[in-house]
Ligand binder design. Structure first.
Ligand code: FAD
Length: 461
């Protein structure tokens, strides 16, 4: 590997930061991950990643790419108790029916976010030259006098009494998540901050863990009941380490799944498909419910900036946070890290930020289109609905009923949702023919199948 510099810094040691440290370690003598939290010695939830308490899975395209980034990591994950769940064990209820996933074989992770992060962190910190500086917050960028090039970061310790220190480096990567200060840092340096696209969806998650028995749901280990476009409620149940089900109930547009067990169970019983409720009724709960609200998701258009300082890159949720119902964030961060690897392998550090942002744009765009496109099918969600969106939505509404009985179409759809294929693959002749010819075979709609208990109104619980 070409040697590109002495020292690189990654700000934030979440999944995006960990993934980006891997290609950097291939080209720099030293890579320092700066993390505000004190990192736990074992897999446990931490303050800086509150979303880690809720359902988190690596979709098939994320799992295969994580293995490409860190060979052997999938074995490490299963060695530490993560379930690897093949598509024959999924029950995906979307668009008013169950996807016919017969004959397909893709895997996702059945693990909590802390376990995934813990295993990946151990692998990354074992790489030569990689170290972590935890308990330190990045406060400010350091630059050359003409502000054209980033030269380091000013840090402050989280422990009292607070100390300050600076790190002078060859490259800074900001992966500090959705609260990233990069827009402000850039503005302070006289650069135009990135434009922001924001989608208000007002999503609420309530999550509980239950004990799992091998016979639950006839051996299925992953259930999704999607939020119908004319409803507000959905749910997911995922088999995770230590013989547990992790169940997340979802509410959109202000709907809040209750935390108390009776309310939680009743909410699941009101979903348009009964599988999540079956999981809950069959298992004893372990621990208390956790709740979280995600008012909006946003995309910062760093890829459109005409000026960005040299030796500076922004990635992960700091660039784009997606509606979590689509489970894409970790996968996009891993793709960005792989694109960074390609760019570092082919170029010097010149224009590293714009090069990587442009190379990874496709992944952010695909994931954003999928998630935002789905959100916009709810008439209450505000946002642009151009003709291209109307066309795609109409096509998907025609495709979904076919995917309930045609494994070829179901597999094509799941490969796109799982980020194994680009969305345009749904338009290839083999799928198109079946969609156009097959929709007459299945007429049931979500509205017809949803029980009366799910009425479209905000919950007060
Ligand atoms: C409810 C929910 C469910 C989700 N489910 C899925 C899923 O199923 N599948 C999936 O792929 N994705 C999912 N995601 C998205 C996923 O969590 C993220 O996209 C992914 O983990 C990448 O996050 P990140 O590393 O960019 O940011 P984060 O996870 O937010 O990490 C940022 C890190 O930076 C640290 N930090 C912040 N500021 C500073 C600072 N100034 N200095 C130093 N450190 C700092 C924080 O402590 C944290 O450790 C979900 C998200 C949510 C909200």
């Amino acid at each position: 590997m070409d040697h590109l510099g002495k020292h690189a810094i990654v700000l934030g040691a979440g999944m995006a930061g960990l993934a980006h440290a891997v290609p950097l370690a291939e080209h720099f003598d030293r890579v320092t991950l700066v993390e505000r939290d004190s990192l736990p010695a074992r897999a446990e939830t931490r303050r800086g990643v509150p979303q880690g308490q809720h359902i988190h899975l690596l979709v098939p395209g994320g799992l295969t790419r994580l293995e490409e980034l860190l060979p052997g990591v999938v074995d490490d994950l299963s060695g530490h108790g993560a379930e690897l769940i093949g598509s024959p064990e999924w029950r995906f209820h979307m668009g008013g029916g169950r996807l016919a996933l017969r004959g397909s074989d893709f895997h996702i992770t059945g693990a909590t976010h802390p376990l995934i992060e813990d295993v990946v962190r151990a692998r990354v910190l074992a790489l030569a030259g990689v170290e972590v500086l935890d308990g330190w917050t990045a406060r400010e960028l350091l630059t050359t006098d003409d502000r054209c090039r980033v030269t380091g970061v000013r840090l402050r310790s989280e422990a009292a009494p607070a100390e300050e220190r600076t790190l002078e480096v060859d490259l800074v990567v900001d992966t500090t998540g959705r609260g990233s200060r990069s827009p402000r840092w850039l503005a302070d340096l006289g650069y135009p901050p990135p434009a922001e696209e924001r989608l208000k969806v007002d999503v609420h998650y309530t999550t509980r863990l239950f004990r799992r028995s091998p016979g639950d749901l006839g051996g299925s280990r992953n259930v999704l009941v999607d939020v119908p476009h004319d409803g507000r409620r959905g749910g997911v149940a995922l088999a995770v380490e230590e013989g547990r089900w992790l169940v997340t109930l979802i509410g959109m547009l202000g709907e809040r799944p209750p935390a108390d067990l009776t309310g939680f169970t009743d909410y699941a019983a009101g979903l348009w498909n009964g599988d999540v409720h079956e999981v809950i009724s069959g298992g004893a709960p372990t621990g208390e419910a956790v709740r979280a609200a995600f008012p909006s998701f946003s995309r910062h258009r760093y890829d459109r900036l005409r000026r960005l300082p040299e030796r500076y890159l922004v990635a992960g949720d700091a660039v784009c946070s997606f509606d979590p119902r689509f489970g894409q964030g970790m996968t996009v961060a891993i793709i960005e890290a792989l694109e960074l690897r390609r760019v570092l392998g082919a170029h010097s550090l010149d224009h590293i930020g714009p090069r990587v942002l442009s190379a990874a744009r496709w992944a952010v765009q695909d994931a954003w289109d999928l998630a935002a496109g789905g959100d916009l099918t709810h008439p209450e969600v505000e946002g642009p609905r151009p003709p291209s969106w109307r066309l795609t939505t109409a096509y998907l509404q025609r495709l979904l009923p076919v995917a309930h009985h045609d494994p070829v179409v179901a597999t094509a759809l799941i490969r796109v949702i799982g980020m194994l294929d680009r969305p345009q693959r749904l338009m290839r002749p083999q799928v198109l023919r079946r969609v156009l010819g097959g929709s007459r075979l299945n007429g049931a709609t979500a509205a017809q199948r949803r029980p009366a208990s799910e009425t479209v109104r905000p919950s007060t619980s």
